[in-house]
Design a protein around this ligand. Structure first.
Ligand code: FPP
Length: 265
């Protein structure tokens, strides 16, 4: 009870410290039975949200980015280890040019407005995906964000850009094959752990909870290896409307799941 009051007071204090920023007003870590160590989110439904509001699809993505800020802040407040976000897949290049351009612009805008706060909050940013195919400006922005926050020890914020799960596994295979060809690795010693160590997310826990908004129930090539034992939650709400409250509901749902990891309990 006392702890509850304290945490509420603390949240109130934060509202004053960050003027102009909306409070997450979400639940606190002690309100949950169990929290995931690693949450992955497929932020789906921006296009449908835009259509519903008779807006251009780019506006849906922009609204989705606004929403993202609150979700990141709340994840950080809860003390969750890793948050992985699917921002741009290797397949998204085939979308209309205006939409791809809008998403590329959003990447620049997001980092321009968020990097100071994320760094101040000790957030460690990691980009999952092949940055070499991105326009130079975006590539440099991402490299700078990674370098600037590389020593941070708080929330691991993984943002998947030009990412594909199969591509990530193929990349790990290429690295291991070349180490074997150079005689630095004995192929018979390769285990699941060796592969995990050569993925973008090396050193981080497997995904415990995958959330995909908009009612679609697919993995769409996201973190294929890391999601082997993930719990899946598919809220019907479109991503721009996915509130901190809806996030807390998904986290509570996760807390009630019985996880067996293939064993009989
Ligand atoms: C899927 O919705 C969403 C995307 C392909 C992009 C998600 C990206 C953001 C929210 C911007 C994030 C930016 C940064 C820098 C983190 P959809 O367009 O497929 O929706 P639809 O299925 O309703 O058309």
């Amino acid at each position: 009870m006392f702890k509850d009051t304290l945490s509420r007071l603390f949240r109130k204090r934060e509202e004053h410290i960050i003027p102009g920023k909306k409070s997450t007003a979400g639940m606190s870590a002690s309100d949950f039975k169990r929290l995931p160590k690693h949450v992955a989110i497929i932020m789906d439904g921006n296009g449908r949200w835009a259509k519903r509001h008779r807006l251009a699809v780019s506006k849906g993505h922009r609204q989705g980015t606004e929403n993202l800020r609150e979700i990141i802040r709340h994840t950080d407040d809860l003390g969750i280890h890793s948050l992985s976000l699917y921002a741009f897949s290797t397949e998204n290049w085939s979308r209309p040019k205006e939409e791809v351009d809008a998403l590329m612009q959003l990447i620049l805008d997001f980092f321009a407005s968020e990097i100071d706060e994320l760094d101040a909050k000790n957030v460690h940013i990691l980009i999952l995906g092949d940055k070499s195919r991105l326009p130079e400006k975006q590539r440099l922005t991402l490299v700078e964000a990674e370098e600037r926050t590389s020593g941070n020890t708080g929330l691991h914020l993984n943002i998947a850009i030009n990412y594909g799960g199969r591509d990530e596994i193929a990349r790990a295979a290429r690295i291991l094959a070349s180490e074997a060809a150079n005689g630095r690795l004995d192929p018979s010693t390769i285990t699941e752990k060796t592969i995990a160590e050569h993925l973008y997310t090396h050193g981080q826990p497997d995904v415990d909870l995958l959330i995909r908004t908009s009612g679609e129930m697919r993995l769409s090539n996201f973190l294929l290896f890391q999601c082997a034992y993930a719990e899946f939650i598919f809220p019907k709400v479109l991503w721009p409307d996915f509130s901190v409250k809806a996030y807390d509901e998904a986290l509570s749902d996760f807390g009630g799941r019985q996880r067996r990891f293939g064993a009989r309990i």
